[in-house]
Design a protein around this ligand. Structure first.
Ligand SMILES: Cc1cc2nc3c(=O)[nH]c(=O)nc-3n(C[C@H](O)[C@H](O)[C@H](O)COP(=O)(O)O)c2cc1C
Length: 200
């Protein structure tokens, strides 16, 4: 039995292509496996606030010394980390916006990268503290980047997840969605095939 943490960050909510693919993945996965729970977050309809110096400094204070704002942000961060710890499987709908991840997702990452909780620094370098998790990334893109130096998004996501200990990461790409002709249908068909392979 497993728990899935499903996170979307498309401006277009459930109509966004990455959200449709991530939902397709989760639905197929739930049909094929015993899943106890699916936790869902839409980072656009319920955005996470940007960190400030005050809220970031609050993370390293003992709870009783945090002010009201610091308590609020530390509690939110702990809730997000708690969801991640509970999950065996992370499913991310990942739009490409202006060559990188949506700012809402970056802000989410800022709240889950917690020193001593999700990573720590050792003499050998940083060590991720989340263990035994698998991530599936459903990436939707207007153009074609995968396998080229322009695809900085893949490396960034892989690096970040690896930093907190999630090194088993699979990507599904739907690329060229804005190219016209039959490019969109072809890309979505390939993504659906890849989802089927990964789920079975
Ligand atoms: C604000 C914005 C920025 C975008 N920037 C890029 C880009 O840099 N490269 C690209 O290939 N497509 C870009 N696109 C197209 C999206 O990657 C494409 O529409 C994809 O489907 C987005 O995922 P979504 O449908 O889940 O929102 C952009 C779209 C938007 C709305």
């Amino acid at each position: 039995m497993s728990t899935i943490l499903h996170i979307d960050s498309s401006l277009f909510g459930s109509q966004g292509q990455s959200g449709q693919l991530s939902r397709q993945f989760v639905e197929r996965y739930v049909q094929a496996h015993i899943v106890e729970k699916v936790i869902y977050r839409d980072l656009v309809s319920e955005p996470i606030p940007h960190l400030t110096a005050e809220s970031f400094q609050g993370f390293s204070l003992p709870e009783e010394e945090r002010n009201v704002q610091q308590k609020h942000i530390a509690n939110l961060s702990e809730e997000l980390v708690g969801e991640l710890k509970e999950a065996d499987i992370l499913v991310l709908g990942l739009p490409l916006y202006n060559f990188t991840m949506p700012s809402t997702l970056k802000t989410y990452f800022d709240h889950i990268a917690r020193s001593g909780i999700t990573f720590r620094y050792t003499e050998q370098g940083p060590q991720g503290l989340l263990k035994g998790k698998k991530a599936y990334i459903l990436a939707a893109r207007g153009g074609n980047y995968h396998g080229t130096p322009m695809d900085t998004q893949t490396a960034l996501i892989e690096h970040f997840l690896g930093f907190i200990g999630i090194s088993d990461v699979e990507f599904v790409y739907a690329e060229g969605l804005a190219k016209g002709g039959d490019a969109r249908e072809v890309a979505l068909g390939k993504a659906a095939e890849r989802i089927d392979q990964l789920v079975d």
